[in-house]
Design a protein around this ligand. Structure first.
Ligand code: CA
Length: 224
Protein backbone atom coordinates (compact mmCIF):
# COMPACT_ATOMS: atom_id res chain seq x y z
CA UNK A 1 0.00 0.00 0.00
CA UNK A 2 1.22 3.44 -0.86
CA UNK A 3 0.88 6.42 1.47
CA UNK A 4 1.49 10.12 1.03
CA UNK A 5 3.03 11.78 4.06
CA UNK A 6 2.69 15.58 4.10
CA UNK A 7 4.96 17.10 6.77
CA UNK A 8 7.27 20.12 6.65
CA UNK A 9 9.25 19.28 9.81
CA UNK A 10 12.33 17.36 8.56
CA UNK A 11 13.08 15.45 11.75
CA UNK A 12 9.48 14.49 12.43
CA UNK A 13 8.81 13.59 8.80
CA UNK A 14 11.87 11.38 8.72
CA UNK A 15 10.74 9.54 11.86
CA UNK A 16 7.17 9.04 10.64
CA UNK A 17 8.32 7.84 7.22
CA UNK A 18 10.75 5.34 8.78
CA UNK A 19 8.03 4.03 11.10
CA UNK A 20 5.52 3.62 8.28
CA UNK A 21 8.06 1.93 6.02
CA UNK A 22 8.75 -0.60 8.79
CA UNK A 23 5.02 -1.37 8.69
CA UNK A 24 5.53 -2.29 4.99
CA UNK A 25 3.98 0.82 3.42
CA UNK A 26 5.60 2.56 0.46
CA UNK A 27 5.78 6.19 1.62
CA UNK A 28 6.12 9.31 -0.51
CA UNK A 29 6.93 12.44 1.47
CA UNK A 30 5.75 15.93 0.44
CA UNK A 31 7.05 18.91 2.43
CA UNK A 32 4.89 21.80 1.18
CA UNK A 33 1.24 22.37 0.30
CA UNK A 34 1.84 22.67 -3.46
CA UNK A 35 4.07 19.58 -3.44
CA UNK A 36 1.31 17.66 -1.65
CA UNK A 37 -1.30 18.72 -4.22
CA UNK A 38 0.96 17.75 -7.12
CA UNK A 39 1.58 14.34 -5.59
CA UNK A 40 -2.09 13.75 -4.82
CA UNK A 41 -3.18 14.59 -8.35
CA UNK A 42 -0.32 12.76 -10.12
CA UNK A 43 -0.31 9.49 -8.15
CA UNK A 44 -2.76 7.02 -6.66
CA UNK A 45 -2.47 6.57 -2.90
CA UNK A 46 -4.21 4.32 -0.41
CA UNK A 47 -4.16 6.99 2.33
CA UNK A 48 -2.68 10.38 3.21
CA UNK A 49 -1.22 11.64 6.52
CA UNK A 50 -1.64 15.40 6.40
CA UNK A 51 -0.01 18.11 8.52
CA UNK A 52 -1.93 21.41 8.62
CA UNK A 53 0.74 24.09 9.11
CA UNK A 54 2.59 23.89 5.78
CA UNK A 55 4.56 26.29 3.56
CA UNK A 56 2.79 27.35 0.37
CA UNK A 57 -0.74 26.19 1.16
CA UNK A 58 -2.34 25.23 4.46
CA UNK A 59 -3.21 21.54 4.93
CA UNK A 60 -6.93 22.39 5.13
CA UNK A 61 -6.71 24.03 1.70
CA UNK A 62 -4.94 20.93 0.34
CA UNK A 63 -7.76 18.81 1.76
CA UNK A 64 -10.53 20.99 0.31
CA UNK A 65 -8.94 20.89 -3.15
CA UNK A 66 -8.58 17.13 -2.89
CA UNK A 67 -12.26 16.66 -1.99
CA UNK A 68 -13.37 18.98 -4.82
CA UNK A 69 -11.51 16.87 -7.38
CA UNK A 70 -13.66 15.21 -10.07
CA UNK A 71 -12.09 11.80 -9.58
CA UNK A 72 -13.77 9.42 -7.16
CA UNK A 73 -10.42 8.07 -5.94
CA UNK A 74 -9.43 11.56 -4.76
CA UNK A 75 -12.79 12.27 -3.20
CA UNK A 76 -12.64 9.00 -1.26
CA UNK A 77 -8.95 8.87 -0.34
CA UNK A 78 -8.64 8.26 3.42
CA UNK A 79 -7.01 11.32 5.03
CA UNK A 80 -5.67 11.48 8.57
CA UNK A 81 -4.80 14.96 9.84
CA UNK A 82 -1.70 14.99 12.04
CA UNK A 83 -1.20 18.41 13.60
CA UNK A 84 -0.28 20.43 16.69
CA UNK A 85 -3.59 22.34 16.37
CA UNK A 86 -5.49 20.84 19.27
CA UNK A 87 -8.63 22.88 20.00
CA UNK A 88 -12.10 21.37 19.46
CA UNK A 89 -12.72 24.00 16.76
CA UNK A 90 -9.57 22.90 14.90
CA UNK A 91 -10.71 19.28 15.01
CA UNK A 92 -14.23 20.17 13.89
CA UNK A 93 -13.02 22.18 10.91
CA UNK A 94 -10.52 19.46 9.98
CA UNK A 95 -13.14 16.71 10.00
CA UNK A 96 -15.74 18.92 8.33
CA UNK A 97 -13.25 19.79 5.58
CA UNK A 98 -13.17 16.12 4.63
CA UNK A 99 -10.64 14.43 6.93
CA UNK A 100 -11.45 10.91 8.12
CA UNK A 101 -9.42 11.05 11.31
CA UNK A 102 -7.55 13.61 13.39
CA UNK A 103 -4.51 13.01 15.58
CA UNK A 104 -2.81 15.70 17.68
CA UNK A 105 0.97 16.09 18.04
CA UNK A 106 2.79 14.95 20.09
CA UNK A 107 1.48 11.50 19.19
CA UNK A 108 2.44 7.87 19.55
CA UNK A 109 3.67 6.18 16.35
CA UNK A 110 1.87 2.97 17.30
CA UNK A 111 -1.41 4.87 17.57
CA UNK A 112 -0.85 6.52 14.18
CA UNK A 113 -0.26 3.08 12.64
CA UNK A 114 -3.37 1.61 14.29
CA UNK A 115 -5.51 4.51 13.05
CA UNK A 116 -4.15 4.04 9.53
CA UNK A 117 -4.94 0.33 9.63
CA UNK A 118 -8.51 1.19 10.68
CA UNK A 119 -8.87 3.75 7.86
CA UNK A 120 -7.45 1.37 5.28
CA UNK A 121 -9.71 -1.53 6.20
CA UNK A 122 -12.80 0.71 6.16
CA UNK A 123 -11.72 2.05 2.76
CA UNK A 124 -11.44 -1.55 1.59
CA UNK A 125 -15.04 -2.13 2.68
CA UNK A 126 -14.18 -4.58 5.43
CA UNK A 127 -14.17 -3.83 9.16
CA UNK A 128 -12.39 -7.04 10.14
CA UNK A 129 -8.93 -6.33 11.61
CA UNK A 130 -7.32 -9.12 9.57
CA UNK A 131 -7.35 -10.33 5.96
CA UNK A 132 -8.34 -13.86 5.04
CA UNK A 133 -8.28 -15.58 1.66
CA UNK A 134 -8.14 -19.27 0.72
CA UNK A 135 -6.64 -20.41 4.01
CA UNK A 136 -4.15 -17.54 4.20
CA UNK A 137 -4.57 -14.99 6.98
CA UNK A 138 -2.70 -11.73 7.39
CA UNK A 139 -2.85 -9.79 10.66
CA UNK A 140 -1.50 -6.29 9.93
CA UNK A 141 -1.32 -5.29 13.60
CA UNK A 142 0.94 -8.22 14.43
CA UNK A 143 2.47 -8.19 10.91
CA UNK A 144 1.86 -11.94 10.89
CA UNK A 145 0.88 -14.29 8.06
CA UNK A 146 -0.42 -17.84 8.46
CA UNK A 147 -1.44 -20.53 5.99
CA UNK A 148 -3.88 -23.11 7.37
CA UNK A 149 -2.86 -21.91 10.84
CA UNK A 150 0.89 -22.32 10.25
CA UNK A 151 2.98 -19.16 10.47
CA UNK A 152 4.71 -18.22 7.18
CA UNK A 153 7.88 -16.09 7.12
CA UNK A 154 7.80 -13.44 4.40
CA UNK A 155 10.35 -10.81 3.40
CA UNK A 156 9.30 -7.15 3.72
CA UNK A 157 8.56 -6.91 -0.02
CA UNK A 158 6.66 -10.21 -0.10
CA UNK A 159 4.58 -9.04 2.86
CA UNK A 160 3.85 -5.68 1.19
CA UNK A 161 2.84 -7.46 -2.01
CA UNK A 162 0.55 -9.90 -0.20
CA UNK A 163 -1.04 -6.99 1.70
CA UNK A 164 -1.75 -5.28 -1.62
CA UNK A 165 -3.39 -8.40 -3.09
CA UNK A 166 -5.48 -9.05 0.03
CA UNK A 167 -6.60 -5.41 0.11
CA UNK A 168 -7.94 -5.78 -3.45
CA UNK A 169 -9.12 -9.41 -3.42
CA UNK A 170 -11.37 -9.22 -6.48
CA UNK A 171 -9.23 -6.97 -8.68
CA UNK A 172 -6.60 -7.67 -11.28
CA UNK A 173 -3.56 -5.74 -10.07
CA UNK A 174 -1.37 -4.31 -12.82
CA UNK A 175 2.40 -4.33 -12.68
CA UNK A 176 2.34 -0.54 -12.17
CA UNK A 177 -0.10 -0.80 -9.25
CA UNK A 178 1.88 -3.55 -7.57
CA UNK A 179 5.19 -1.72 -8.04
CA UNK A 180 3.61 1.47 -6.68
CA UNK A 181 2.71 -0.39 -3.49
CA UNK A 182 6.30 -1.62 -3.13
CA UNK A 183 8.44 1.38 -4.04
CA UNK A 184 8.29 5.02 -2.93
CA UNK A 185 9.73 7.98 -4.85
CA UNK A 186 13.41 7.61 -5.58
CA UNK A 187 13.58 3.91 -4.77
CA UNK A 188 15.12 1.90 -7.58
CA UNK A 189 12.70 -0.58 -9.19
CA UNK A 190 14.51 -3.72 -10.37
CA UNK A 191 12.84 -4.76 -13.63
CA UNK A 192 12.19 -8.42 -12.79
CA UNK A 193 11.88 -8.03 -9.01
CA UNK A 194 8.10 -8.27 -9.13
CA UNK A 195 8.19 -11.69 -10.83
CA UNK A 196 10.71 -12.89 -8.27
CA UNK A 197 8.53 -11.79 -5.34
CA UNK A 198 5.42 -13.38 -6.90
CA UNK A 199 7.39 -16.59 -7.45
CA UNK A 200 8.39 -16.64 -3.76
CA UNK A 201 4.83 -15.92 -2.63
CA UNK A 202 3.54 -18.82 -4.75
CA UNK A 203 6.15 -21.13 -3.25
CA UNK A 204 5.11 -20.14 0.27
CA UNK A 205 1.33 -19.79 -0.18
CA UNK A 206 0.64 -22.31 -2.91
CA UNK A 207 1.15 -22.17 -6.67
CA UNK A 208 -2.56 -21.48 -7.24
CA UNK A 209 -2.84 -18.64 -4.73
CA UNK A 210 -1.98 -15.88 -7.24
CA UNK A 211 -2.91 -16.27 -10.87
CA UNK A 212 -1.35 -14.51 -13.85
CA UNK A 213 -3.86 -12.63 -15.99
CA UNK A 214 -2.11 -12.54 -19.31
CA UNK A 215 -1.45 -9.06 -20.63
CA UNK A 216 -3.05 -7.43 -17.56
CA UNK A 217 -1.31 -8.42 -14.35
CA UNK A 218 -1.99 -10.66 -11.38
CA UNK A 219 -4.98 -11.55 -9.24
CA UNK A 220 -5.81 -13.66 -6.21
CA UNK A 221 -7.38 -16.91 -7.34
CA UNK A 222 -11.02 -17.08 -6.31
CA UNK A 223 -11.46 -19.83 -3.68
CA UNK A 224 -14.64 -21.25 -5.30
CA1 CA B 1 3.91 21.84 10.07
Amino acid sequence: MRLLLVEDDALLGDGIRAGLMLAAYAVDWARTGPEALRALFDHDYDACVLDLGLPGADGLEVLRQLRRHDGQARQQLPVLILTARDTPDDKISGLDSGADDYLVKPFDLGELQARLRALLRRAGGDARPFFSHAGVELDPAARRVTRDGEEIALSAREYALLLDFLSHPRHVRTRAQLEASLYAWGQEVDSNALEVHIHHLRKKLGAEFIRTVRGLGYQLTSPD
